[in-house]
Design a protein around this ligand. Structure first.
Ligand SMILES: CC(C)(COP(=O)(O)OP(=O)(O)OC[C@H]1O[C@@H](n2cnc3c(N)ncnc32)[C@H](O)[C@@H]1OP(=O)(O)O)[C@@H](O)C(=O)NCCC(=O)NCCS
Length: 168
């Protein structure tokens, strides 16, 4: 994919704006990336409701404005539950997912969050590798939690992963 000139820095990389909290104005693009990235996409209404209900949604844009990634978690007491982390398909394997997760988790640690939880499809190799690299450990399996990944396939297990943020 051709990179726009405005998105290149001196090293030919992508020029990025700071990660920031999402507003309603971001949500249609977040929803579009959600539908690209996940088999079980949310409805637009559910996304707007999540923001209104205080879910932590962060967007990361290129200097040109292009949405390159987003994060969504629900924080309760000293725990965060990561609901979604997605990088635009054309921007994957450049460390953006790892950086976004590291930044938001570091901020949450400073704010007193002690544990991060998530569920991931058993067959989602990319996400499992990413979360493993971030220090998450497998904490359990929810059998048949997800709709089948392909027509005719069985329902897919969820791997529950947990990060103890008191260490490290
Ligand atoms: C999972 C996802 C967020 C990763 O984002 P990304 O920016 O491509 O990931 P990074 O480049 O930061 O990769 C970090 C590490 O994760 C692992 N990883 C990422 N993509 C991988 C892939 N396709 N296959 C194997 N390992 C992968 C690697 O260990 C990688 O480190 P390395 O590049 O040094 O080998 C992205 O693939 C995505 O949006 N997927 C669809 C949505 C999704 O499944 N979200 C996670 C569940 S909530």
């Amino acid at each position: 994919m051709r990179l726009e000139r405005a998105d290149r820095d001196a090293r030919g990389g992508l020029r990025l704006s700071p990660v920031r909290p999402a507003t309603e104005a971001d949500l249609d693009e977040v929803w579009a990336l959600n539908r690209q990235a996940f088999a079980e996409a949310w409805t637009r209404e559910a996304l707007f409701r999540a923001l209104a209900e205080g879910f932590d949604i962060r967007v990361w844009r290129a200097a040109s404005g292009e949405l390159v990634a987003y994060w969504m978690s629900r924080d309760v007491a000293d725990e965060t539950h990561i609901m979604q982390l997605a990088v635009a398909p054309a921007r994957r394997r450049r460390g953006l997912g790892r950086q976004l997760a590291q930044r938001v988790l570091a901020e949450k640690r400073r704010a007193g969050i002690r544990t991060a939880w998530l569920e991931v499809r058993a067959g989602n190799r990319a996400a499992r590798a990413l979360y493993g690299a971030l220090g998450f450990e497998e904490a359990g399996v929810r059998r048949g939690y997800y709709t089948p990944a392909a027509e005719g396939a069985p329902r897919e297990d969820a791997i529950v992963m947990r990060l103890d943020m008191r260490s490290g």
